[in-house]
Design a protein around this ligand. Structure first.
Ligand SMILES: [Zn+2]
Length: 102
């Protein structure tokens, strides 16, 4: 069985012998595989970081604008905007602006 496919690594069209083939050559397969592993690792690390951040923040009474931004997946500017619009409560704690849990 021959199937026309696009190489997932280099983007070139090729004829695949099996429907499961995603790459035009062993080289592309190797590179693509390594890349996928790397991406997966990065994804896992990101998830772990977010979980750590979250569990840290659970214990905190206050948190900084950058922590809040990371947690909410928005920019710090956006946090400032929310504070300005009184959608978030912020106080000056030990010289730094921090967000207060409601
Ligand atoms: Zn290729």
């Amino acid at each position: 069985m021959e199937v026309k496919r696009i190489c997932q690594w280099c983007g070139k069209p090729f004829i695949a012998q099996k429907t499961t083939t995603c790459y035009c050559s062993p080289q592309c397969s190797k590179r693509g595989y390594k890349h996928r592993i790397k991406e997966r690792k990065m994804e896992l690390r990101h998830i772990q970081e977010m979980q750590e951040l979250r569990s840290n923040l659970e214990k905190q009474e206050y948190f900084t604008f950058s922590q809040a931004a990371r947690l909410m997946g928005v920019s710090r500017q956006y946090i400032y905007k929310l504070v300005k619009e009184d959608k978030l409560r912020a106080s000056r704690i030990s010289g730094r602006m921090a967000l207060v849990r409601r």
